[in-house]
Ligand binder design. Sequence first.
Ligand SMILES: *Cc1c(COP(=O)(O)O)cnc(C)c1O
Length: 368
Amino acid sequence: MDFIDLKTQRDRIKGGLDHRLARIFDSCQFIMGPEVAELDKALAQYTGVKHAVSLSSGTDALLLSLMAVGVKPGDEVITTPFSFFATAEVVSLLGATPVFVDIEQDTLNIAPDKIDSAITGKTKAIIPVSLYGQCADMEAINQVAKAKGIPVIEDGAQSFGAEYKGRKSCGLSAIGCASFFPSKPLGCYGDGGACFTDDDNLADTLRQLLNHGQDRRYNHPLIGTNARMDTIQAAVLLEKLAIFPDEVEARARIGARYTELLNGAVVTPVIAPGNTHVYAQYTIRIKSRDQAQQELSKKGIPTAVHYPIPLHLQPAYGHLGQGQGSFPVAEAAAAEVISLPMHPYLSDKDIEHVAEAVIETNQNGEAV
Ligand SMILES: *Cc1c(COP(=O)(O)O)cnc(C)c1O
């Protein structure tokens, strides 16, 4: 059993993709070929956002978003301590400081009611993360931010395709950022990402930043970088986007089936009212997590921990001086979360097999 199976999907898109790739190889337009603009249009249409700006990775999407809203050395950016490292890393790369705010007990997303007291005169952006594939409470967060005139940048690296009160993730704030890393809900065959915004000026700025701050050939109003999306990856994403709605449906069905089988035995994902979940990860909470992971591995079931160390306890953030106990909800989650095999092509038999093994392992754990 695979933790994430990309082979079944590969067989499904093979015909169309091989055709597209052959065209690119023949044209040799590897950089900024027509597929990139075609993808931006398709992504904008899918999300219902005015501008989609595809680029080189989710990390670069976050970095360029912070640059576009003007984050500079000495600024502060509020975010969650319970995320992948990149979320805070991009803040530090710009010489700004991540200011962590603890998470909600049920969704494990940033707690909106704890944000206001973390805002200072130096706060220049807020980055909520839509963890595991369901959106943070974006309306509540936007409200706190709007009162202080602070832009909100959604880290939607795991939630592309999810809905929040009928609207798509990445279209819920000033800028939304997606990652198309291969194992994300919509993944390419390498690194990729995108920024989404309804703001014409921000879209222009992002397009310049991803191409060396250039507005026309060899004219550079801004300091940017090379964060372009490859033509080949755009082609992969165009083929995958065509089957994505169907895959999002399958993910929701598989997640619901896991929850039905596991409910009561372990802590299963809580979907907040108004949210749909794309289950980038199907993540449960379990006591004696490390032992459970070993036992599941012995039974041939691959699992992963997202994430074992909260960001404020990472060695790279030791200088912030926030030790154990600073963010108790995030710390408790980090000790107990475990993600189960999840992809749109998981069979009923495999779901049942995994659920049975988890229940059995958990019972063993409690007996010890
Ligand atoms: C994957 C991920 C990123 C980084 O995306 P890349 O495309 O790998 O650069 C950022 N934030 C979160 C929450 C992620 O899961």
